[in-house]
Design a protein around this ligand. Structure first.
Ligand SMILES: [Zn+2]
Length: 345
């Protein structure tokens, strides 16, 4: 299976999946901003690097022929950073992402966000987190049925000390300390090789003591040892991608036994080359081994996808009933806690 040539879904399957309340547990802000919103913000500052929105899309979305190259994929994240350095803009793009998710049928949405790469114009890390939460609160007013939470990402290349600082900043905005939309989890992302999970043990200890949910990007562009480390040394209950785990039966047994969730991102994995073209996605192997999975977009704009499309793609591999079951069960895997009150106006 490849996102370029999925098995066409029947209209019945598409309709069933469209009405399915979906759970999205792994979606990045930077790679999910609707192209129109980035375009509008750039036009406001007269910064547009391309003369038309259609041409701009080529800088923001994977193009035919670019699939399978991690560098091309990561390049798509750079342009939105030009405009997401200001509180109001961050709030606006997050609100827009929430709105798009609702349109694709998402009812439980965890967005993840690296606060530090939005501080180049002077925001503090805490203000950067608050800006993203502000966008979520705006979205909640329009869609009170939407469950929302933010995962704070420490970028691996910034090192373990910065990760510890971010874990503390994340805690200060934790959902359970404020009884409103807040930070629900902690993650590491960015270049895996040379930045093994075990280096970030202290940051995860801080997040764990503060009762944040723990996840880590691991085994996307690195060997299976990195997934073992994330599980054994960081104590994560979810793993971002984890494609490498499919090659290790002992690890699959461990993930199943301890109910550690794989955040599966089908389109993204083919776009970055985490799964080579033409190879079956590990999704089926995870399911056969009894490993809990969630179906996620990763970067909806970069991968030109949404929760509905990812569900259809998964259904072409494992069937509609299984996809329905995955979303139903994923409700129990979210880091978002039940809320008692809407955010203040
Ligand atoms: Zn990711």
């Amino acid at each position: 299976m490849s996102p370029a040539a999925p098995t066409p879904a029947s209209p019945e399957a598409a309709a069933r999946l469209r009405s399915l309340p979906k759970v999205e547990l792994h979606q990045h802000v930077d790679g999910s901003i609707p192209a129109e919103v980035t375009w509008d913000l750039m036009r406001h500052y007269r910064l547009n690097p391309a003369p038309t929105l259609d041409e701009m899309r080529r800088f923001l979305e994977m193009q035919p022929g670019e699939e399978g190259t991690l560098l091309a994929y990561l390049d798509k994240m750079h342009y939105p950073l030009w405009v997401t350095q200001f509180y109001e803009n961050i709030s606006r793009v997050v609100e827009a992402i929430c709105r798009s998710a609702v349109e694709a049928g998402v009812r439980t949405l965890e967005l993840r966000y690296a606060p530090l790469i939005h501080t180049y114009a002077g925001l503090t890390p805490r203000q950067s987190i608050r800006a993203a939460l502000s966008g979520m609160n705006h979205a909640r007013r329009a869609h009170p049925e939407l469950k929302l939470g933010l995962i704070v990402i420490a970028m691996r290349q910034h090192g373990p000390h910065i990760a510890k600082v971010l874990a503390r900043q994340a805690l200060a905005e934790a959902q359970h300390l404020h009884e409103r939309t807040g930070v629900v989890g902690f993650d590491i992302a960015g270049p895996e090789r040379g930045n093994p999970p075990r280096l970030f043990r202290s940051a995860y200890e801080i997040a764990r003591l503060g009762s944040l949910g723990l996840t880590a990007h691991a085994g996307e562009d690195a060997p299976v040892e990195y997934v073992w480390q994330a599980v054994d040394e960081l104590g994560v209950s979810r793993v971002g991608h984890g494609c490498a785990a499919v090659r290790d039966r002992d690890l699959l047994r461990r993930l199943a036994r301890d109910r550690i969730t794989m955040e599966v991102c089908l389109s993204s994995n083919y776009h970055t080359g985490a799964v080579p073209p033409g190879e079956p996605h590990p999704l089926s192997a995870f399911l056969e081994a009894g490993v809990p999975v969630a179906l996620c977009c990763d970067n909806s704009t970069v991968s030109r996808t949404d929760a509905q499309r990812e569900s259809l793609l998964a259904a072409s591999q494992v069937g509609v009933e299984t996809v329905e079951r995955i979303h139903r069960e994923a409700e129990a895997l979210t880091f978002i806690r039940p809320e008692t009150a809407l955010p203040p106006q």
